[in-house]
Design a protein. Structure first.
Length: 130
């Protein structure tokens, strides 16, 4: 599995995958076009993506999506690790993610990687400083 920056030709495919899984909308397209996005490839085809937005002191994962046919293959974990490395390289002190209360699977995923609750629907990971 490789992780690389988003290429413009990826957008329609990633939008389509997200739409099939969870009803992608205009916000999904805005994130793909306006944020730093990394794509995981399996066998040369996109298998998921993570979108990261930087602020002055932190980074936020706006979307992390894994194609249904690649779930349970470590794609989400690899994308999150890549996002963490990117955030550290940019000097972010923390990495945050917004997770809806009813999404227990996502809560378990992030908490299993050291994220803690810091507000309503917000989980955060304190990053090591370079």
């Amino acid at each position: 599995m490789d992780v690389r920056p988003l290429r413009r030709e990826d957008e329609p495919l990633l939008f389509g995958l997200a739409r099939l899984d969870r009803g992608a909308d205009r916000r999904t397209l805005d994130v793909l076009e306006g944020e730093t996005v990394f794509v995981a490839e399996v066998g040369g085809a996109p298998a998921g993506y993570v979108a990261v937005e930087l602020t002055e002191v932190s980074a936020r994962v706006d979307q992390l999506f894994v194609s249904p046919e690649h779930e349970a293959e470590g794609v989400g974990k690899r994308l999150l690790e890549y996002a963490e490395g990117y955030a550290i390289s940019q000097g972010a002190a923390t990495l945050q993610v917004v997770v809806e209360d009813e999404n227990r699977r996502a809560h378990d995923f992030y908490r299993g990687r050291g994220f803690v609750s810091v507000g309503e629907n917000v989980l955060e990971l304190v990053l090591p400083q370079a």
